[in-house]
Design a protein around this ligand. Structure first.
Ligand SMILES: Nc1nc2c(c(=O)[nH]1)N[C@H]1C(S)=C(S)[C@@H](COP(=O)(O)O)O[C@H]1N2
Ligand SMILES: [Mo]
Length: 403
């Protein structure tokens, strides 16, 4: 992190430069005014502690990470993307935070963060969170919504308690089939009590032992824009299932129908459609596991090199399953070469791949990567078009000029 630049930046924004610099204790009171501050500082404030992100929008704040800044095996807090749907809560203090577990449970509970730590086993996992709309910018004709390119994805190390353990302790009932998640952020209209987003997952997925109710990110506090002080992490499914600023989980005997669960939100047609084709809303189906995908994080696209050999590297992940292989091509898919592929650090972590490629002659090249999951399903060459522009897992490519 370039501290000098950041200090100047903060001065420019008319703010004290102390405090957040150390990077450990984030000054929550300063962040928390987001949503109630002038437009000039609206962009600057929430991005404190973030580095190199591309802001797509500021109301709500959405920011993605350029592919070459996602090279780390564990995504640094500063480089984890931000997808807000509403106005960030004003109070994120961990000491007074409570989580309510209710609905179809035998023992409804209200738990503080310290209580969660005491009562349940605390575990740390590296877990991929990817926005369901990541890659939307690649659709033609364009799909409305945030025009994410490749960087609405991250794999940080999350520490917390297992969602499954908490649901078991609450005694989920036989009739419960779906979770419903609520957070403390507010609808953009500012209407008190109106939620911007409340999603859920089938109980079967909720009981996956790798879902966390997380209170730490990479061994420190959660970043305010990533859901401090408490969030869900439901890896492998659209990021929207991972409720930030988590206040309540209730169990239901119907498919949850909260904001962004219904209509065409996070839904795709169950059959392939032509680009631009109209799909009736009642045909749209809720997205479950995310498809197999890979991202080239090295080299940065646009590189010029004066050697014939180059190390290509990145990550691959595959929703609820594992990546079995990654192949790379430097000739538009005419020939392929197997990359080295590491096993995941734990289930639902992304997997590192790398390959040494050779360029036969000077010129312009595209390097492509293509991952295949353990079911033998590979990434498509062309984004499978759908009305809301979800699940673009087509091949990532970077360009290289050999001089
Ligand atoms: N309370 C709340 N939780 C939320 C959201 C939100 O707007 N409010 N956005 C969701 C979406 S759409 C995504 S992709 C992820 C993004 O997590 P991140 O911002 O920490 O990267 O958070 C999810 N959880
Ligand atoms: Mo998302």
């Amino acid at each position: 992190m370039d501290f000098t630049k950041r200090r100047q930046f903060l001065k420019g924004a008319g703010m004290a430069a102390a405090g957040a610099m150390a990077g450990s204790a984030l000054p929550l009171d300063r962040w928390s005014r987001y949503g109630f501050i002038s437009e000039a500082s609206a962009q600057a404030l929430p991005l404190e502690g973030k580095e190199g992100l591309t802001v797509l929008g500021d109301r709500p704040l959405t920011a993605e990470t350029p592919a070459h800044l996602l090279d780390d095996e564990v995504t640094p807090v500063a480089r984890h993307f931000i997808r807000n749907n509403g106005i960030v809560p004003t109070d994120m203090s961990p000491d007074s935070w409570t989580l309510r577990i209710d609905g179809l449970v035998d023992r409804p509970m209200t738990l503080g963060i310290e209580e969660l730590r005491q009562r349940f086993e605390v575990v740390s996992y590296r877990l991929v969170i990817e926005c369901g709309g990541n890659g939307r910018a690649g659709f033609e004709p364009p799909a409305r919504g945030n025009q994410w390119t490749h960087g609405a994805v991250g794999c940080s190390e999350w520490t917390g308690v297992r969602l499954a353990d908490v649901l078991k302790a609450a005694g989920y009932q036989e009739t419960a089939i779906y979770t419903a998640h609520e957070g403390a952020d507010l609808h953009l209209s500012g209407t008190p009590g109106k939620l911007p987003i409340s999603r859920g997952v089938p109980l079967k997925k909720a009981l996956d032992p790798y879902n966390l109710i997380a209170f730490e990110m990479n061994g420190g506090p959660l970043h305010p824009m990533n859901g401090a002080p408490l969030r869900l992490v439901i890896p492998g499914w659209p990021g929207s299932c991972s409720q930030k600023w988590l206040t309540r989980i209730w169990l239901r005997d119907v498919v949850h129908d909260g904001p962004k669960m219904t209509g065409s939100s996070y839904r795709v047609p169950p059959y392939p459609v032509a680009p631009g084709e109209f799909v009736p809303e009642e045909d749209m189906r809720i997205i479950h596991a995310m498809p197999v995908k890979s991202l080239i994080t090295r080299p940065q696209s646009g590189l010029s090199i004066d050697t014939r050999e180059l190390e290509v590297a990145g990550h691959a992940w595959a929703g609820d399953t594992e990546v079995a292989r990654v192949d790379v091509s430097t000739d538009y898919g005419a020939t392929w070469q197997a990359a080295e592929l590491a096993p995941p650090h734990n289930p639902h972590a992304w997997q590192r791949f790398s390959a040494k490629v050779r360029f036969p002659a000077p010129g312009y090249y595209q390097v492509w990567a293509r991952a295949t999951d353990s079911n033998g399903v590979s990434q498509p060459f062309t984004p499978p078009w759908n009305p809301k522009g979800y699940l673009n897992n087509s091949l990532h490519q970077v360009s290289v000029r050999v001089v």
